[in-house]
Design a binder for this molecule. Structure first.
Ligand code: ZN
Ligand code: ZN
Length: 470
């Protein structure tokens, strides 16, 4: 199964699917409402209910998580399981019924590991959970599964054909993981033994099933190898518990890996697990993100008008949201909605000048394309945008905002500051020393009380020296 991505953001894995459209969406396009966590989100285009894809596209592939599986087996619950096996091998009398009970507990615990891992749970289950009464029927199913496997191999051995024997043995080993996965998913023996259902698991994973199987095969062999290597110098009393301990540990690691494979391929296996709690946003932020995401989708679908309406509605609820305003402005400008764009600028420019002057400067340059003599009707807005434009070396545009500021806004208290800025622009940006000097003299003459006079004089000195040298 290949990973699918958001139709509008090719780098984002898909988490939602609209069967009607049909389209895949990532979390990027479908924000969730924290205040209505059970609400199924609707398709941004057709308003049908979306189908959740779970972590099928976001889960890390199991072969990249091998170290985590080995760590999984070192958690308290898993270690307690291995220790229990070890103690049993040491002290348990050889009563068949007691060993059957042990096998029962062990297979219950391992099934719990598969089941939890298949839901994306990273903690190993506690050993105590394996002693509970419920779920014992599962054990019988595992037992039947193993008995049938043994029977198949045993029958094959009867034919006195080495080739047939190995073919059946490998075949059984190949199928057992898929069969156990099916059992963990459906809990019925029918599914675990049905060639169709087991085949579906293998088909869903494709050739990657072989990777899983190879890992399981190696893991399955390793306790045997380790005990074989230890066997040289150790007495049986020591060897048995060591073998039991290793068997317990590796079984848990194997089952964690199988369970995770189910988690990773949940989409293809036809069920959905939610990893952790889905991340929802507080109502206000949710509405904002939803409007932005849906407007972007509409725009990418070539439906600019609908995109505008979505943003206009969101702006009614949050008129001073800078990001929403910026998107709205870009969209109006991009769609060439001249009058509406100019009307919106009257609200947007003061907001942007206060919160992000560089952004306001861009908007002003856009406004000038719509109307060549566009001027904001607020002195502070003019001054702030002029400063941002000067920083971008847009000197002429900046100076046009400051020209005759004292006539346009006679009550503005920061005229000296604005004109000092203009003088710097004239001298540094355009090399017009004389007009700059005239402007500085004007400040000194008209605003003798200004606290900026020291700076004005300093700039005058600098300019005078420049003229003398030049
Ligand atoms: Zn997206
Ligand atoms: Zn749809």
């Amino acid at each position: 199964m290949e990973v699918t991505y958001c139709r509008y953001h090719p780098a984002q894995p898909a988490t939602w699917h609209c069967p009607g459209c049909p389209r895949d969406y990532g979390d990027c396009c479908v924000p969730l409402n924290a205040e209505a966590p059970d609400e199924v989100p609707l398709c941004p285009l057709c308003r049908d209910k979306l189908r959740f894809l779970g972590a099928a596209n976001t889960a890390q592939p199991f072969w990249q998580r091998i170290p985590q599986f080995f760590q999984y087996g070192l958690q308290p619950g898993a270690l307690a399981f291995a220790a229990a096996l070890c103690l049993a091998s040491l002290f348990m009398p050889a009563w068949k019924l007691l060993w059957l009970a042990l096998f029962c507990v062990a297979s219950k615990y391992l099934q719990a590991v598969i089941e939890d891992s298949s839901l994306g749970i990273r903690e190993a289950p506690s050993l105590r959970s394996a002693f509970s009464i419920e779920g014992f029927s599962l054990f019988w199913r595992v037992l039947v599964l193993f008995l049938i496997s043994f029977a198949a191999v045993w029958l094959a051995a009867d034919f006195h054909s080495e080739a047939l024997f190995w073919a059946v043995t490998l075949g059984v080993q190949l199928v057992i993981p898929a069969s156990l996965i099916r059992l963990a998913l459906d809990k019925t023996l029918g599914a675990a033994l049905s060639p169709d259902q087991v085949g579906a698991v293998i088909k869903a994973m494709g050739w990657r099933y072989l990777i899983l199987w190879a890992f399981l095969f190696i893991l399955w062999q390793s306790p045997g190898w380790v005990t074989y290597m230890l066997a040289g110098g150790l007495p049986k009393v020591v060897l048995m518990p060591v073998a039991a301990l290793l068997f317990g540990y590796f079984s848990v690691v194997m089952c964690a890996m199988m369970g995770y494979a189910v988690f990773q391929y949940q989409g293809a296996l036809g069920y959905v697990a939610v990893e952790d709690e889905a991340q929802g946003y507080p109502a206000e932020e949710y509405r904002r993100r939803k409007a932005l995401a849906e407007a972007e989708i509409r725009l990418k679908e070539g439906q600019g008008t609908q995109a505008l309406e979505l943003l206009a509605m969101a702006l009614e609820a949050a008129p001073n949201d800078l990001f929403l305003n910026e998107r709205f402005h870009q969209l109006l400008f991009g769609l060439d909605a001249r009058e509406r764009c100019l009307r919106h600028l009257a609200h947007y420019l003061p907001l942007a000048a206060r919160l992000n002057p560089a952004q306001a400067a861009t908007a002003l340059l856009n406004a000038r394309q719509l109307r060549a003599d566009y001027l904001p009707d607020d002195a502070l807005v003019c001054e702030r945008i002029a400063q941002a434009l000067l920083a971008r070396h847009k000197t002429r545009e900046a100076l046009s905002l400051l020209r005759n500021l004292h006539l346009r806004f006679p009550d503005y208290p920061h005229i000296p500051r604005a004109y000092l800025l203009a003088a710097r622009g004239l001298a540094e940006g355009l090399g017009q020393i004389e007009p700059a000097q005239r402007l500085l003299s004007f400040i000194r003459g008209k605003y003798p009380q200004s606290p900026l006079l020291a700076e004005v004089e300093q700039l005058q000195d600098t300019l005078r020296r420049l003229v003398e040298r030049g």
